[in-house]
Design a protein around this ligand. Structure first.
Ligand code: ADE
Length: 418
């Protein structure tokens, strides 16, 4: 089997850690068991471009149990867990093309390796497979049943393609399922970004001015977790509604230009470019920590930081200290790539359980819909979203009430009043 990984010798560690993650992925496990019996993906080629983590490994294993031929590459050069890649290749016969720290050329070689298998379904985290298919391999479109997208940034990219009439395949926006973004983006990013900052720096969060750029689901989650650890949280926003929500959630809101001089820790989660720009580095305090938790490494203008600096060093793994003229030091984490995956292990398995249950069920859904969908961005069917929530509650041992016939009737009637 063709593959490109760091070292097959790492497979034992990857197996142990993947099984550890599986313990807190009961929803995905129940889907994998059913897939193994029913084989809903029998013979289908699936190409996945996802962060190569223990959680992703469990998704790949579930898809293979469903009968698919699975090929996996990384959706970020710095997020691959090499031991997991080795485990998938050695113990599951899954073709993985991912090496932690790969350069841009190798990253795209790996994307092309996945596409050379002519997948019938693709799974993206950031839309790199779908956009490479459209830009460089339109010949693959005819064989493609559809695609799934894991992240907000990818969905934005795909909706822009749809709006321009450029999208040629059906895509399911898995990110937009309630059981995905309300949990993964909020609690997953909230916790794992803090985890990445702590592993990289061992900084004390209590008492810091913790600046969060962007108050979407990820920013909200991060703001609540940082406050929970005793930080003074400041939010920067461009959207009046989100800014208002942040104010009413009890956070201070101000422009980045105003908070740059007083922030201790800065984290970008906007999905946009140069949110922390050249001028901000000039205003920051000595020792400021700057990190990104958005999908791409464009939110922090890191080339400007390098350009302004007289020296740089790597005092700890995942930290680059840049020294500006006059001696001020700015600490950039994880090369400005997602700090939760570059400096830590990404979201915990218990939350990825729901995200990847959605992915697995959407693969099955798309396979059943072969030829029936248009080249559009589709929502995850409501039935799948509800099923994932129900399965997660069941796995947690949480019971809920059901409507009585009288309550059902009341809710569906317009005749009741004062
Ligand atoms: N995205 C964020 N956290 C992740 C994880 N643990 N695995 C895969 N993708 C992720």
């Amino acid at each position: 089997m063709n593959h490109d990984i760091a070292s097959i010798d790492l497979a034992d560690g990857g197996r142990e850690r993947t099984q550890w993650a599986a313990q807190t992925m009961p929803v995905l496990a129940s889907i994998a068991e059913r897939f193994a019996r029913e084989k809903p993906l029998d013979g289908l080629g699936i190409g996945a471009c996802l962060h190569v983590t223990t959680e992703t490994a469990n998704l790949m294993i579930a898809l293979k149990a469903g009968g698919a031929r699975v090929h996996l590459c990384a959706s970020n050069p710095l997020s691959t867990q090499d031991d997991v890649a080795a485990h998938l290749v050695r113990d599951h016969g899954i073709a993985v093309f991912a090496v932690r720290g790969e350069d841009n050329d190798r990253y795209y070689e790996h994307i092309h390796a996945i596409l050379s298998e002519r997948p019938a379904l693709t799974l993206d985290d950031g839309a790199d497979l779908v956009s490479t298919i459209h830009n460089e391999h339109p010949d693959l479109i005819a064989d493609l049943i559809g695609s799934m997208e894991e992240t907000t940034t990818g969905v934005i990219r795909l909706k822009a393609m749809e709006k321009d009439g450029a999208l040629k395949v059906p895509v399911v926006a898995v990110n937009d399922a309630n059981t995905k973004h309300m949990f993964d983006n909020r609690y997953g990013t909230g916790q794992s970004s803090i985890d990445g900052i702590l592993r990289a720096t061992n900084a004390l969060i209590a008492g810091t001015t913790f600046v969060i750029a962007g108050y979407g689901w990820c920013g909200r989650g991060l703001a609540f977790r940082a406050r929970g650890m005793g930080a003074n949280v400041v939010v920067t926003e461009v959207d009046p509604l989100k800014a208002l929500e942040a104010v009413m959630d009890g956070f201070r809101v101000m422009p980045m230009d105003d908070v740059a001089p007083s922030g201790d820790i800065f984290v970008t989660v906007t999905g946009d470019i140069n949110v922390i720009a050249r001028r901000h580095f000039g205003m920051m305090k000595d020792g400021a920590i700057v990190a990104n938790s958005g999908h791409f490494d464009c939110e922090i203008e890191k080339a400007a930081l390098a350009d302004m600096s007289e020296a740089s060093k790597v005092p700890r793994a995942s930290v680059e200290t840049w020294t500006l003229p006059g001696g001020k030091r700015i600490n950039l984490l994880g090369e400005g790539r997602l700090v939760n995956l570059s400096a830590a292990e990404g979201h915990p398995a218990a939350v990825m359980d729901m995200s990847f249950a959605n992915q697995a069920l959407c693969c099955e859904y798309l396979a059943k819909q072969t030829g029936r969908l248009e080249a559009r961005v589709y929502s995850v069917p409501e039935e799948i979203d509800q099923r994932v929530a129900k399965l997660k509650l069941d796995a947690m041992g949480v019971k809920i009430d059901t409507l009585t016939a009288e309550q059902e009737e009341y809710l569906s009637s317009w005749k009741h009043g004062t």
